[in-house]
Design a protein around this ligand. Structure first.
Ligand SMILES: Cc1cc2nc3c(=O)[nH]c(=O)nc-3n(C[C@H](O)[C@H](O)[C@H](O)COP(=O)(O)OP(=O)(O)OC[C@H]3O[C@@H](n4cnc5c(N)ncnc54)[C@H](O)[C@@H]3O)c2cc1C
Length: 513
């Protein structure tokens, strides 16, 4: 089934290649899309955005709405959408599945406010694409959670109970095995839950569409430009630059105002620097390498495979409505279809990164690809002989409670959002609004009233390295082993079971109960 397909390494994901081809076709006179010029020398900005994925680009877009004249400079180490925003599964889910956690954190009304905000974000993406002529295949066909083994049968119970109690039972509704079977046929599907408000998109087309609109609106984008020092801080792997520089960065300028944020960059064109009134760090998993955030994020790889077009096979199993599917594993399998009748499947059974480095673990891991392909064969045995056309991976930024973290560095106009824990497509719209309002000091913006914005929470810190990465790796491997054995109906050894549960016992949401 996998044939000669290998993970694509630094090569673009299938989605991004498709989106770039589409971009060239729209402007044939320009040839293949060229990167925005790297930064060279010193420049100034009202706001500098570091990171050209959804978070950075939604924040920049929102700023162009809030203050059309603001000078916004966006720095991206690769090309916009080159990271997970152009590599993900394209599931635009809301947060009804997070209700129990949200209720614990924000109470009933806060949880409902967050659920509503995330549900609106799904529609907002659809409306935005329409408004800006971005054909990102937005399809609001809902998302189906399926139990694919007896051990998964209760995976949604607490969420369904919470949704019913809060009067939103129709947005997160339990499904019998028969109901699931009426939608999509698989011999291993047993029942589950349906979220009608979820959608799917072509993720890279959305990212590239955002980039185009930002350029049209005058946002200055520098691609191939890596920020290696922000406000006197460097990522862990570059080493410290000394206490003196860090102290100086907190001091005030000669005029008594807050010193500008200084971002130093490197690119093929040489070194550069941006001096800005405020900064937005939209670094996703790369944030784990920076001293402010390293202890509060674990990085994890997720890999996807995509099949050859099989519209007839999809018709045979009744999967013609475009629903997204996720199984009940903690090391989740998520699947969706494409416009030309392919299946794209992702697996959360990847590996933990080390020390905040985003390296080949996240893009070149054949074992994780094989696991994803095996997931497809198990969930849909009729697809056993279907060819896999491509495979790729990317990093996921996991916080201790599985909720993203939006905040501001103490005493400095540096705002950040990350920790999406594998669910950032919809939430990045909401957090982009929060970041934009903070960066432009628009304190009356409704986004700043959301519980996630007013919450002073710092996600729980993980142990220092190497304990963090080694622990995460052991626990996730145990979870993956346990869940695969449960699927096959095999006994799970005591050591594996206890290890897989250990993170929950220690208060981290890194494995199953
Ligand atoms: C395989 C996979 C499947 C996924 N599937 C889904 C899904 O179906 N649904 C869902 O909701 N979420 C999914 N996710 C998660 C989702 O992709 C992310 O939550 C989302 O893309 C986060 O957007 P972002 O802008 O914060 O981060 P990113 O898209 O990672 O953007 C961050 C950018 O910052 C750049 N950068 C980093 N450091 C620097 C620096 N020092 N200087 C300049 N630039 C820098 C990077 O190059 C990168 O482009 C998936 C993730 C992966 C990897």
């Amino acid at each position: 089934m996998l044939g000669g397909v290998r993970p694509s390494g630094q090569r673009r994901s299938w989605w991004l290649r498709e989106a770039l081809t589409e971009e060239s076709a729209r402007s044939p006179h320009l040839g293949s899309p060229s990167a925005a010029p790297p930064l060279r020398g010193t420049t100034t900005a009202d706001v500098v955005v570091v990171g050209g994925g959804y978070t950075g680009m939604w924040a920049a877009y929102r700023m162009t709405e809030l203050e059309p004249g603001a000078r916004i400079v966006l720095l991206e180490a690769d090309i916009c959408g080159g990271g997970p925003s152009g590599r993900n599964g394209g599931f635009v889910t809301n947060w009804w599945d997070e209700l129990p956690t949200l209720v614990t954190r924000y109470g009933d009304s806060g949880a409902l406010a967050m659920g509503d905000a995330m549900e609106s974000a799904v529609d907002e993406i659809g409306a935005w694409c329409k408004r800006h002529g971005v054909d990102a295949w937005f399809l609001k066909a809902g998302s189906l959670g399926v139990s694919a083994a007896p051990a998964q049968d209760t995976a949604w119970d607490s969420g369904v109970a919470a949704a019913r109690r809060l009067g939103v039972g129709d947005r997160y509704a339990a499904q019998t095995g028969e109901q699931v079977g009426l939608r999509i046929g698989s011999p291993v599907f047993r029942g589950g839950v349906f979220m009608p408000g979820a959608a799917t998109i072509q993720p890279a087309t959305l990212a590239r569409g955002l980039r185009r609109v930002l350029l049209e609106r005058g946002v200055v984008i520098h691609e191939g430009t890596r920020a290696h020092e922000i406000d006197g801080h460097r990522p862990a792997w570059l080493g410290s630059i000394g206490v003196a520089a860090r102290t100086a960065s907190r001091s005030r300028g000669a005029a008594g105002g807050i010193r500008p944020v200084r971002v130093r960059t490197a690119s093929d064109a040489g070194h550069g620097e941006v001096l800005a009134g405020s900064a937005i760090l939209a670094l996703n998993a790369w944030a784990a390498g920076w001293p402010w955030f390293g202890r509060r994020l674990v990085t994890w790889s997720s890999y996807m495979v995509i099949t050859e077009p099989v519209p007839d096979r999809l018709a045979e199993i009744g999967w013609v409505g475009g629903e997204g599917i996720g199984d009940g594993r903690f090391t989740l399998h998520y699947l969706r279809t494409t416009l030309d009748g392919r299946i794209a499947l992702g697996g959360g059974g990847g590996r933990a990164g080390f020390g905040g480095r985003i390296d080949a673990t996240f893009t070149d891991d054949l074992l994780s690809v094989q696991r994803a392909a095996a997931g497809l064969r198990r969930l849909f045995p009729v697809m056993r002989d279907v060819r896999i056309d491509d495979a790729w991976g990317g990093p996921i930024d996991i916080s201790a409670d599985h909720l993203p973290w939006v905040g501001t560095v103490t005493g400095r106009p540096i705002h950040f959002a990350h920790g999406y824990s594998g669910n950032g497509v919809g939430p990045s719209v909401v957090l982009g609004r929060v970041l934009a309002a903070r960066a432009l000091d628009q304190m009356l913006d409704p986004a700043l009233g959301l519980p996630i914005a007013t919450d002073p929470r710092q996600p729980r810190a993980f142990p220092p390295e190497p304990a963090k990465s080694i622990g995460a790796r052991l626990i996730r491997e145990a979870a993956s082993r346990r869940e695969s054995r449960e699927e096959r109906g095999e006994p799970v050894g005591r050591v594996t079971r206890e290890l897989s549960r250990m993170s929950r016992r220690l208060g981290y949401h890194l494995g199953p109960e």
